[in-house]
Ligand binder design. Structure first.
Ligand SMILES: [Fe+2]
Ligand SMILES: [Fe+2]
Length: 199
């Protein structure tokens, strides 16, 4: 067993993506809480931007990297985390379903009026709890064990896969597009960045 002192770049990328997701979820909560308190209602278009970000970024970019490279490599080295990794992969799939439900609830609120708001708000709160717990589990349970059990060659492979993925996104201009969308979302919220759990 080798213990790495250096923080692998793949874990830095996951952490950075968690911070962005965390900020977007905070914006979602801010949005529904502003409506609930009768304050100035943010444009619904902004909530669609948040859902679009979540559909595009975590679903297409973040989760596949975790499943295919990091979780797979951990499973090659130990079965100690199998149950937790399987649960996290199930949550990746379940998260997609929750986002579709949120999209549907937003449409009902937009076109069905205030009576549809409580269901929409409940789904946002539920999604926030769900996703914060998911990220906490990856950061607090999986990453520390991964740092202990993966060797230098393992990290080299996982880091290379993450960097290749990032290069592809850069070349396609997608990361720039995600960053722009993220800035737009962050601008509407007096957000505090990071993993602070506001729920
Ligand atoms: Fe995940
Ligand atoms: Fe994650």
């Amino acid at each position: 067993m080798s213990v790495r002192i250096i923080h692998p770049v793949s874990l830095s990328i996951i952490h950075e993506e968690h911070e962005h997701l965390s900020a977007v979820i905070q914006s979602m909560l801010y949005f529904v809480r502003a409506i609930e308190s009768g304050g100035k209602t943010p444009e619904l278009r902004m909530f669609r931007a948040m859902l679009y970000y979540i559909t595009e970024y975590p679903e297409r970019v973040h989760h596949p990297k975790e499943d295919q490279y990091l979780f797979a490599k951990i499973k090659e080295r130990t079965h100690q985390l199998d149950a937790e990794l399987d649960a996290l992969s199930d949550q990746h799939r379940h998260g997609e379903l929750l986002v579709h439900r949120l999209q549907d609830a937003l449409l009902r609120f937009e076109f069905g009026g205030p009576a549809a708001f409580p269901h929409f708000r409940d789904l946002v709160e539920q999604y926030a709890h769900f996703y914060y717990a998911h990220m906490r589990s990856e950061e607090e349970r999986i990453m520390p064990v991964a740092k202990q059990i993966l060797n230098d060659q393992d990290w080299k492979e996982v880091d290379a896969a993450f960097l290749e993925n990032r290069k592809m996104l850069d070349e396609a201009g997608e990361r720039y597009r995600y960053d722009e969308l993220f800035s737009l979302i962050a601008a509407i919220t007096p957000a505090t960045m990071g993993m602070a759990d506001p729920v």
